[in-house]
Design a binder for this molecule. Structure first.
Ligand SMILES: Cc1cc2nc3c(=O)[nH]c(=O)nc-3n(C[C@H](O)[C@H](O)[C@H](O)COP(=O)(O)OP(=O)(O)OC[C@H]3O[C@@H](n4cnc5c(N)ncnc54)[C@H](O)[C@@H]3O)c2cc1C
Length: 409
């Protein structure tokens, strides 16, 4: 039996899952509610690593995504006066050979738009080509609405939206990110809060105009470890307050920081949050299931959030199809199958955070000198030369789901 499905959140997972579900069963009735008034296309470069790209290729998006991948230019450490201390991933001629960063990166706006368009295109194909037995399904996006109430019984989930509308669904998918309200409604405030493991870092991303001679995108990432309460309060307020909090943390930092802070006021893609990991098991409660950051955000520094979102969307749609839309066994299987990549990509080597984000002058000095030594030893080149081939597409083998009827099996 096809399902009546509510997906909460039109970020990366929402549209990806909507596309996959329609491939599996064109007769599903799918509603995606998004709190923002349109697609939220803020955000900077996202890594599409390991299994991420092969999954997009299975969805038939190879030709669409390849031209959107961003040419990474590597990483440079500078001191407060702008003097270069260490450089990774760029050769003397300015041509990139090896890099600690990846060449599988995409602007968040491009990825979100691509997946949204793919979901609509699939609907159009179904509507145009469907055989009579495939008729009956639908896909609709509802912007400017969020979920405010949720209750479930053995046969369905009752939901109330901020618009006052109510609905009953067979399945509700929480694809509403790290701070998922759906998770809070289904698991309860305490269990949901306990799932969030703060890494004690506050992060802002935005783009700025490039100065003359600068390469690549003009992107700024700010990380702060102090004033936790100031930041937490600011996240509940308008963006101007959040910008003030970062300005306070960074004023007087030297180098080009004043230019970045000036441009921050005018940027229209500012996004800030408290970096942390979501850990919860199993990933479902009866007919409500968590996907992507809502269920297993690995933290931005791992670079694996988008890949895990794509893995999660693929496995969830795959298990539903494999179990012929029988929700109980499908959600159990989904939760078990994604556990291995989730655990692998959430693993942070001990002391990584303290080493990467020092909070004392001595820590900064240590980081700069370690970077200088590693760059001198050309560690990035060695890593690439000896990296096992399987690490390019990830160790965890992507399960095959013939039932998904994907364009590329
Ligand atoms: C605006 C934005 C910018 C980002 N920028 C970066 C970045 O630069 N670098 C990086 O590494 N990661 C960034 N991220 C996080 C990154 O997108 C995710 O880590 C990853 O791609 C997982 O995607 P997701 O679909 O699970 O969650 P997300 O991409 O976070 O999407 C969740 C969606 O749910 C919506 N939503 C939230 N609450 C509700 C609700 N109650 N009702 C309805 N809808 C709701 C949100 O508006 C959002 O569109 C950003 C996320 C957002 C939302």
């Amino acid at each position: 039996m096809p399902l009546n499905i509510l997906i909460v959140g039109a970020g990366v997972c929402g549209p990806a899952l909507a596309t996959l579900l329609q491939h599996a069963d064109p007769r599903h009735t799918i509603t995606v509610v998004e709190r923002a008034s349109s697609l939220r296309t803020a955000g900077q470069q996202l890594d599409v690593k390991a299994q991420g790209l092969p999954i997009l290729e299975k969805m038939g998006l190879r030709g669409t995504i390849r031209p959107l991948l961003v040419a990474e230019t590597g990483m440079q450490f500078v001191d407060a006066k702008g003097k270069s201390l260490a450089e990774f991933g760029v050769t003397g001629g300015g041509k990139r050979n090896y890099s600690l960063s990846t060449d599988r990166e995409i602007m968040r706006s491009d990825l979100v738009n691509m997946l949204y368009e793919a979901s609509l295109k699939r609907r159009e194909e179904i509507d145009n080509l469907a055989r009579p037995e495939e008729k009956g399904g639908s896909l609709k996006y509802e912007f400017g609405k969020s979920i405010i109430e949720l209750s479930q019984d053995d046969d369905g989930v009752d939901v109330k939206l901020s618009s006052g509308e109510t609905g009953r669904y067979d399945l509700v998918v929480a694809a509403d990110g790290q701070g998922s309200r759906t998770r809070r409604l289904a698991w309860g405030v305490e269990a949901s809060a306990a799932a969030f493991h703060s890494l004690g870092i506050h992060t802002a991303y935005f783009s700025i105009p490039r100065a003359e001679g600068e390469r690549g995108h003009g992107e700024v990432y700010l990380f702060a470890r102090n004033n936790a309460e100031l930041f937490r309060q600011a996240y509940k307020e308008p963006l101007a307050k959040q910008k003030d909090a970062f300005r306070k943390a960074y004023s007087g930092a030297g180098w080009e920081v004043d230019r970045f802070l000036g441009a921050m006021d005018d940027c229209d893609d500012f996004y800030a949050h408290e970096a942390g990991q979501i850990k919860i098991d199993p990933l479902y409660k009866s007919r409500v299931v968590l996907v992507g950051d809502a269920g297993y955000c690995p933290a931005p520094f791992t670079g694996m959030g988008t890949t895990l979102s794509l893995i999660g969307s693929y496995v969830l749609a795959g298990e539903l199809a494999k179990h012929k839309n029988d929700i109980g066994p499908a959600l159990k299987a989904y939760s078990e199958v994604v556990r291995s990549p989730v655990d692998e990509y959430q693993r942070l080597p001990p002391a990584t955070i303290n080493a990467m984000f020092p909070s004392s002058r001595f820590g900064v000095w240590l980081l700069q000198n370690a970077a200088w030594a590693l760059a001198g030893l050309k560690v990035d080149q060695l890593v690439h030369r000896f990296l096992p081939a399987e690490n390019v597409n990830g160790r965890w083998p992507i399960p095959e789901y013939a039932e998904l009827n994907l364009p590329v099996p």
